[in-house]
Design a protein around this ligand. Sequence first.
Ligand code: THU
Length: 145
Amino acid sequence: MAVKNIDPELAEELLAKAREAATRAYCPYSNFHVGAAILVGNQIYTGANVENASYGLTICAERTASFAAVLAGHIRFDAIAVSCVDVSADHAQLHPEMLMPCGACRQLLSEFAEPETVILVDRAGKFKLKDLLPNAFRLLNRPNN
Ligand code: THU
């Protein structure tokens, strides 16, 4: 069951994992390191963005983390953290949109999370998936609907 509210210590741990994962990003083109961490039970799965010379093939941190969790057998996420570590403190304050998960990743996460699932966005705040992606597209044959 998705955590409706997350213990502050656990939230900090999840954010720390996302920041650490960002150091493993492969992003020679943008030099914009992003990390994500997904909580499932007492396990945490991480991911980072992986870019490609054919730019459109780039994959975001939220998606590599999601795939790590799915490949470990989990299709229900309890909480997610994302960190865009290269955004300066000034930019983070003036342009928090630089810290937010992209639209494609919001949709991807909605496959494995509930509308109430917490998404921690480093330096931007704590959100619920339904606030980041209202009226998400879903099909009826999604497992456990
Ligand atoms: N990126 C992510 O990893 N997650 C997002 O939600 C937004 C963007 C990555 C993709 C690309 O490697 C870099 O950030 C710049 O767009």
